[in-house]
Design a protein around this ligand. Structure first.
Ligand code: GDP
Length: 310
């Protein structure tokens, strides 16, 4: 359904102090850059960097705060930008002193709220890869407390902030992005419902709808998501897209057409009797499903020599 991706492209703004990790997040999530390569990313001094991905389901912009740029700059139409934004992600570097970041967060959130009270405010406590689990929880508690105190002091308790612990060195950044994007999809309950109906009628155990480029999952059925399953989906998408990009282009003219399209699909059997099934739905979206080998044989090869067990 191309209409779905056309109409509800969720708009996300990524903000935070310089060097907090914004470009790295963008490169890793939307451009398949490996986390180690981000060490060599050059810092830019631009106030506003725009990157509306045409290849993804999510439309997306990044803002840096280099030093003292401000909302008072008349050339900077922040009102217009906030008005069209669904979610504002504010990145805080957890390995750095975050006093300055918190005051920026407060300023940004209060400004944005005035223009558009419907924005979802999402705080990424980032670069937590160096921290122990206890330390992570402690940092999160401290940042949450200070941010809410600042809002309470300004009598703005009604502004709601959500917090996530993230790192580009594991899947936490994809997981957090998925949660952020899911809040922006008005059809989410309908999609979940359809996926529930789908799995209860098909012998499939778990089904996800993924944005292929970013590996953000847009929806899943209501059974719980575990990190391993999610990681497996991400790996499957990588394999399928890589193989498609190497072998899927037209031989005569590789510039013509796309290496994968809505008819692309792939099946991987794991050695623990699980089958992972990927099917493109649109250019942007793919369905990834998990099922037992028995159910797979029963449904896909119903006349098979081996009668399926029930
Ligand atoms: P920006 O100025 O906000 O765009 O920040 P950059 O994306 O340029 O990142 C600044 C530095 O932080 C780079 O050297 C990145 O490699 C590093 N970085 C980004 N994300 C992470 C993370 O999750 N963990 C760690 N340890 N370093 C990160």
């Amino acid at each position: 359904n191309e209409g779905l991706s056309g109409e509800v492209k969720p708009r996300v703004l990524l903000m935070g102090l310089r060097r907090s990790g914004k470009s790295s997040i963008q490169k890793v999530v939307f451009h398949k850059m490996s986390p180690n390569e981000t060490l060599f990313l050059e810092s830019t001094n631009k106030i506003c960097r725009e990157d509306v991905s045409s290849s993804s389901f999510v439309s997306f912009q990044i803002w840096d705060f280099p030093g003292q740029i401000d909302f008072f700059d008349p050339t900077f139409d922040y009102e217009m930008i906030f008005r069209g934004t669904g979610a504002l992600i504010f990145v805080i570097d957890s390995q750095d002193d975050y006093v300055e970041a918190l005051s920026r967060l407060h300023l940004t959130v209060t400004r944005a709220y005035k223009v558009n009270p419907d924005i979802h405010f999402e705080v990424f406590i980032h670069k937590v890869d160096g921290l122990s689990d206890d330390h992570k929880i402690e940092k999160q508690g401290d940042i949450r407390r200070r941010a809410s105190d600042d809002l309470a002091d300004a009598r703005l308790e009604r502004i709601h902030l959500s917090f996530y612990l993230t790192s580009i060195y594991d899947h936490s950044i994809f997981e957090a992005f998925s949660k952020v994007v899911q809040k922006l999809i008005p059809q989410l309950p309908t999609l979940e419902n359809l996926l529930n109906i789908f799995i209860s009628n098909s012998g499939i155990e778990k089904a996800f709808l993924f944005d292929v480029v970013s590996k953000i999952y847009i929806a899943t059925d209501s059974s719980p998501v575990d990190m391993q399953t999610y990681e497996l989906c991400c790996d499957m998408i990588d394999v399928v897209i890589d193989i498609s990009c190497i072998y899927g282009l037209a031989e005569e003219d590789p510039a013509v057409g796309s290496p994968y399209d809505k008819d692309s699909m792939a099946i991987i059997r794991l050695n623990n009797t699980t089958v992972v099934y990927l099917k493109e739905v649109t250019k942007f979206l793919a369905m990834v499903c998990f099922l037992r080998e028995e159910s797979f044989e029963r449904k896909v090869f119903p006349s098979s020599q081996n009668p399926a067990r029930t």
